[in-house]
Design a protein. Structure first.
Length: 404
């Protein structure tokens, strides 16, 4: 009964209903778009670190992830090929690539620069590095031997370009000094300026020759789906258990990602509170105006025998219907706008400490859409609660005077 009469009242008050609905719809759309934009930042950042550096998982000797950056030669996997083949057989694994880390000096014939180097398998790394941008030249090829790929910062500091020659000098695990000369074939940029300012890449075979070893420090694991990271990591941990090896997930390897997520989640939480207050205030204003003009009508209804609690239930029903309608319309409009914006894309500048910009999208997440709709609908009902209670508690005589 209440909802039927409430629906008639809503339809009858077209202008005020439109104003209230507009406030609710704008709030829902704002929440959906802001949440989708932030989620896209999380996704883009995660995929960037996965496909330009860490891969989804890494397998290494125990202690390497904590101490290996200082002395990578002390943490070599003796038979990386066998571990790689077993890991590659796990469901969900696309590829497993060996990496040999080293520190040394890069010389251009005039000056030296301390660098961090990686010996990589070029063909496999090409499938992983979809977020790696070439600034000039080309990537390493499978048949390259004495070729080197420079981070953008390294190339700038050493004034090297494709076609130039450079020398790498390192200390082998046995303590001997070794030097090899390389041809520069390309300059790359990842998402991180710090990484590009100190990193060079050479073929794995050349790195093993340079370090006089057959081992590898890390086996980087590429998965078909980032969502399978935890399940494949658990399987990999069971596989290497008792062999002196450990497995790290990409989020463990990139702790700044979690810090970024926490920062944006807090900002989004503040935004939700602000939008909620805006909804409550705007809807309260519309409801107060409507109720003030309907005091005479409500007084007449009370004079005809309707109780205060019945009128209160009627007004709350109207607000609930408005909130529900606004949430549904806002949800549909928000999803449509999100998809339209995603098709066009939003050109974004490079994030802090990054080299490469990206094209942002608005991701439609069912949880975010539902949350925005629930917040707006609840705010609409909450905005009506106190004004409706005050109006329905007026004396009949005072209410009827409004009809004059």
């Amino acid at each position: 009964m209440y909802f039927e009469l409430a629906l008639r009242n809503i339809v009858r008050q077209k202008v005020r209903t439109a104003m209230t609905l507009a406030a609710i719809v704008v709030s829902v759309v704002g929440l959906i778009l802001s949440a989708g934009f932030v989620q896209d930042i999380f996704f883009q950042l995660g995929e960037a670190v996965i496909h330009s550096q860490s891969a989804h998982l890494q397998v290494a000797r125990q202690g390497y992830f904590d101490e290996g950056s200082r002395k990578p030669e002390r943490y070599l996997i003796a038979d990386p090929g066998a571990v790689a083949r077993e890991t590659a057989a796990l469901p969900g694994v696309v590829d497993v690539m060996a990496r040999l880390q080293f520190a040394g000096l890069l010389n251009n014939g005039k000056a030296d620069l301390s660098i961090v180097g990686e010996g990589i398998e070029p063909d496999k790394e090409a499938r992983l590095g979809t977020y790696m941008t070439l600034r000039s030249g080309r990537t390493l090829a499978a048949d390259d031997r004495y070729r080197i790929l420079l981070g953008e910062g390294v190339a700038r500091s050493m004034r090297l370009a494709p076609g130039d020659r450079a020398t790498l000098q390192v200390v082998t695990p046995a303590g001997a000094m070794n030097v090899l000369e390389f041809d520069v074939v390309g300059v790359f940029a990842s998402f991180s300026k710090d990484y590009d300012a100190r990193t060079v890449k050479i073929p794995l075979a050349a790195a093993r020759e340079l370090l006089d070893t057959t081992g590898a420090n890390v086996l980087a694991v590429l998965l078909a789906d980032t969502g399978d990271t935890d399940s494949v990591a658990s399987a990999a941990e069971s596989l290497v258990s008792g062999r002196g090896l450990e497995v790290r997930r990409w989020r463990q390897l990139n702790d700044f990602y979690d810090k970024t997520v926490q920062l944006y989640e807090r900002q989004l939480g503040v935004l939700r509170v602000i939008v909620l207050l805006m909804v409550v205030l705007s809807v309260s204003n519309a409801v107060n105006l409507t109720l003030y003009e309907r005091i005479g009508e409500l007084g007449t209804m009370r004079a005809m025998g309707n109780r205060s609690r019945q009128l209160y239930a009627l007004l709350m029903s109207e607000s609930a219907l408005l909130g529900l309608a606004g949430a549904l319309i806002g949800g549909a409009v928000g999803i449509g706008l999100a998809k339209a914006i995603s098709v066009a894309g939003i050109s974004m500048p490079p994030p802090p400490n990054a080299n490469v910009g990206y094209v942002a999208q608005i991701r439609v997440l069912p949880s975010a859409v539902l949350g925005a709709m629930l917040i707006a609908a609840a705010a609409s009902v909450a905005a009506c609660a106190l004004p409706a209670w005050r109006v329905t508690r007026l004396s009949i005589v005072d209410a009827l005077r409004q009809n004059d």
